[in-house]
Design a protein around this ligand. Structure first.
Ligand SMILES: [Zn+2]
Ligand SMILES: [Zn+2]
Length: 455
């Protein structure tokens, strides 16, 4: 069966996360988004691990479900149109900070384990290495290669996926403290890495330029720090719902059971372009090179974004899809689309209300964004929604790219269109929105995503 999985998120015990990020809210949000398999996150944290024990029921398929009492209570908060079983997969993220070849390395790695007993032993090992109590995503002075070794010894089916591999500060290929290739990081154990998480600021297409990544599955996850952000990126599978089926679908590069990913527009990610946020300097890679990597305002070093780093490590000019790679589809969160239509912030009450009404009528968010026939939206009676959705799907949008920790932003309608279409203004009183130049409009009405395998 075809289903969507989000394999990376955090709990309320990780730093800078929402207080309500508990298993019940994850369970509810997964259904509203249309996700069948969701990461527990943070299982190394003792309090969270206890919560997992108390609230989740282990299943023979290596996954977990919220217990009957809690899921019955939670169901009240899920519209009937969205209700579906939710399966949890035991996962955590480790922040590895260590010295290798004379340089400080910092990278994040996702660990997946098949059962609580294995996780308990794994946690005991981690506790000997460092503090797992202060943060749901523990920082350990452990070489990523050695972490992989511990994971492989924990259970036959246990696996590790390097997280958001291009972000500058904490990742495998990060410009600040990463490696230039997989092998230098994982050495003799490199063959046990079969997948990489591309992160919000990059998409599979950018990764296809790096031949070192050929034959590795490129997964995408939300890395959510609040229930609302769940599934902002996710994976599509067509296999049975079980730990081993998911693992083997990702590991089997020639397979067809991993169907591809639902992606952010990579420009929307926090580290797409280069720059210096404090000084408001945002550069394309070639501008950065022209300035020798220095901020023209303060002279400090620019933070090199994901595009720059991919450029550096790429050995191919074109972003040609490897034959066996699955497809992907770029999407915007529904709240952002509604926010633009209503001309308010994405967290405002009117957006939340409209979002709720839409999922009650049509089903989960990802279904609406990705599959709902456009004509069905006529009945929603929200002016501009159908046109906004059509443009988003065709990538007919203008993006202000993210840089140095600042998220990018997307505009679907030009300021002129918005004013005229909404009848608020005549053409004469228009001010130009300089931050979203129309000449940067992508797509121009033609779909450019490569989506052969996702339907
Ligand atoms: Zn991380
Ligand atoms: Zn500066």
């Amino acid at each position: 069966m075809q289903f969507i999985a989000d394999l990376h998120l955090h709990s309320k015990y990780s730093r800078a996360t929402a207080k309500k990020l508990d298993l019940e809210h994850i369970h509810i949000s997964a259904q509203k988004k249309g996700v069948a398999v969701i990461a527990t996150g943070d299982f190394t944290h003792p309090a969270w691990f206890t919560e997992i024990h108390e609230k989740l029921v282990p299943l023979p398929n290596g996954l977990f479900q919220l217990n009957k009492t809690l899921s019955k209570e939670a169901e009240k908060h899920v519209p009937p149109s969205c209700r579906q079983p939710v399966f949890f997969i035991l996962s955590c993220e480790i922040s590895n900070i260590y010295k290798k070849d004379g340089k400080v390395r910092k990278n994040h790695n996702l660990v997946f384990l098949p059962d609580l007993e294995t996780a308990k032993k794994f946690n005991q090992q981690m506790e000997k290495i460092g503090n797992i109590r202060s943060d749901g995503r523990p920082i350990l002075g452990l070489d990523a290669r050695d972490l992989l070794e511990i994971v492989l010894e924990a259970a036959d089916s246990a696996f590790l996926i390097p997280a958001h591999i291009w972000t500058p500060w904490f990742s495998l290929f990060g410009s600040k403290s990463g490696f230039d290739d997989l092998k230098t990081c994982f050495e003799d154990l490199t063959p046990h890495i079969f997948a990489l998480e591309t992160g919000l600021s990059s998409d599979p297409k950018m990764n296809w330029r790096v031949s070192d990544l050929d034959g590795l599955s490129l997964v995408s996850n939300s890395d959510a720090h609040s229930p609302e952000k769940i599934a902002r990126e996710a994976n599509v599978f067509d296999t049975e719902i079980s730990f081993s089926a998911i693992r083997s679908a990702i590991a089997d590069q020639k397979g067809t059971r991993f169907k591809g990913t639902l992606e952010f527009f990579p420009e929307e990610g926090k580290y797409h372009l280069d720059g210096h946020r404090k000084c408001g300097i945002r550069f394309q890679p070639e501008e950065t090179r022209k300035h020798q990597g220095r901020c023209p305002e303060c002279g400090g070093p620019l933070t090199l974004g994901v595009l720059h780093r991919v450029d550096e490590l790429a050995d191919r000019k074109t972003e040609k899809k490897p034959e066996e790679a699955p497809g992907f589809k770029r999407l915007m969160p529904l709240a952002e689309i509604l926010a633009e239509i209503l001309n308010v912030g994405p967290a405002s009450k009117s957006v939340i209300k409209m979002h709720q009404k839409l999922i009650e009528t049509y089903g989960p968010e990802l279904f609406i964004l990705h599959r709902l026939p456009l004509d069905a939206l006529d009945a929603a009676d929200i002016p501009l929604l159908k046109e906004a959705m059509r443009r988003m799907r065709n990538e007919d949008i203008v993006i202000q790219p993210g840089y140095d920790g600042e998220y990018g932003a997307i505009r679907i309608f030009s300021e002129a269109e918005r004013s005229i279409l909404s009848g608020r203004q005549s053409l004469f009183t228009l001010r130009k929105d300089e931050s979203f130049p129309e000449e940067n409009r992508k797509g121009k009405g033609t779909a450019i995503s490569i989506t052969p395998n996702i339907d």
